[in-house]
Design a protein around this ligand. Structure first.
Ligand code: NAD
Ligand code: TYD
Length: 354
């Protein structure tokens, strides 16, 4: 068994589904609080699969996590559970501190206690894989080299600061207690099951619903996009073969300005689902007020994971974005399910006054 936290969210659900698709025979226990971002529909294919057990709960709940560990005796934990949206962290950082910092602390403490009680063989095999972000490194200038694992931490948003804090805890548990951990810091993901508060799914769905495509500021911010399936294959590789106590940067070598990414989505949609009036979806692009403290550029240097573990992304931005757009076109029921009242309230709060 392995324990996956946050497995009903975007990347966690892709990881759980890909785990079984890629032929892994170990079972999974998924622990997820089912916040607005968690969605059991993402795991619908596993509803009656005996290899998968879903538990609703909080990584910050000490009794629950300790009980789960002693009941299922996992040989590894992969921690995806987090509050993950920068704009929400600006409106209200409390949950980010609670889950990303205090929750990770609780998970580490429960896991350390469990690991301490394992026999030698199991103890030697056990590891906790902490899933983190490139945003902990701060913002790059246009000509700066991409983030390496040795870059200093310079988080700028409440989200990235809370993830940085969690990374520091994970590092300290290794150095102080010898607790077996690995951390991955990944660039921006996109793909199926992405909650439409984030740029790529928001633009796809707004385009199809004849709504404006909101670009913050001048749209010249750069993100390094990675298809979610590639992130999942990197995590599987690091979980299996990464060196304990190490961090690995994961990225797709796909730097794009936001405006470029949005125009690419528009031109793919123009081909796959042309507008009734035959005009381009790019006509819906609207520049709106910038995000406070908006990081200008993120870029990952993934040479360590490539050289040490032989991992490479399979998708380019062009191939990954086509797959993603096709997925959203083919899965309108899933889309209808996530566009809840709470989600609509968020859109009003974030975009109405801009
Ligand atoms: P997400 O917001 O889609 O999913 C997070 C999941 O965690 C949800 O299912 C939610 O219900 C669950 N959760 C939240 N608080 C919880 C708690 N206290 N206890 C248990 N479960 C809880 O996020 P995501 O995009 O899938 O990101 C997953 C991880 O990957 C996060 O740690 C994030 O920081 C990291 N990451 C994300 C990206 C990205 O582009 N999305 C890039 C790099 C790293
Ligand atoms: P997002 O998907 O929120 O990821 P992150 O902030 O973690 O990088 O945003 C990606 C980029 O797109 C970021 O530079 C902010 C920008 N953005 C917009 O321009 N408009 C939007 O409506 C959103 C949600 C994001």
């Amino acid at each position: 068994m392995i324990l996956i936290t946050g497995g009903a969210g975007f990347i966690g659900a892709n990881f759980v589904l890909d785990w079984f698709r890629s032929g892994e025979d170990e079972g999974i226990v998924t622990l997820d609080k089912l916040t607005y971002a968690g969605n059991l529909e993402n795991l619908r294919d596993l509803q009656h699969d005996p290899r998968h057990i879903f538990v609703r709960g909080d990584i910050g709940d000490k009794v629950l996590v300790a009980n789960l560990l002693s009941k299922y005796r996992p040989r590894a934990i992969v921690n995806f559970a987090a509050e993950s949206h920068v704009d929400r962290s600006i409106h209200g950082p409390t949950e980010f501190i609670q889950t990303n910092v205090v929750g990770t602390f609780n998970l580490l403490e429960c896991a350390r206690e469990y690991w301490g009680g394992l026999g030698d063989g199991d103890k030697g095999r056990f590891r906790l894989h902490h899933v983190s972000t490139d945003e902990v490194y701060g913002s790059l200038g246009l000509s700066d080299p991409a983030f390496k694992e040795t870059n200093p931490y310079e988080p700028n948003s409440p989200y990235s600061a809370s993830k940085a804090a969690s990374d520091h805890l994970v590092r300290a548990w290794f150095h102080t207690y010898g607790f077996p951990v690995v951390t991955t810091n990944c660039s921006n993901n996109y793909g199926p099951y992405h909650f439409p508060e984030k740029l790529i799914p928001l633009v796809i769905l707004n385009a199809l619903n004849s709504k404006p495509l909101p670009i913050y500021g001048d749209g010249q911010q750069i993100r390094d996009w990675l298809y979610v399936g590639d992130h999942c294959s990197a995590i599987r590789e690091v979980l299996a073969n990464g060196r304990l106590g190490e961090t690995y940067n994961i990225g797709g070598w796909n730097e794009k300005t936001n405006i470029e990414a949005v125009k690419t989505i528009c031109s793919v949609l123009d081909k796959l689902r042309p507008r009734d009036d035959r005009k381009s979806y790019a006509d819906q692009i609207t520049f709106v007020k910038d995000r406070p403290g908006h990081d200008r550029r993120y870029a990952i240097d993934a040479s360590k994971v490539e050289q040490e573990l032989g991992w490479r992304p399979a998708e380019t931005f062009d191939t990954g974005i086509r797959k993603t757009i096709q997925w959203y076109l083919d899965n309108s029921d899933w889309v209808k399910g996530v566009v809840t009242g709470a989600y609509r309230e968020w859109l009003e709060k974030q975009y109405q006054k801009q």
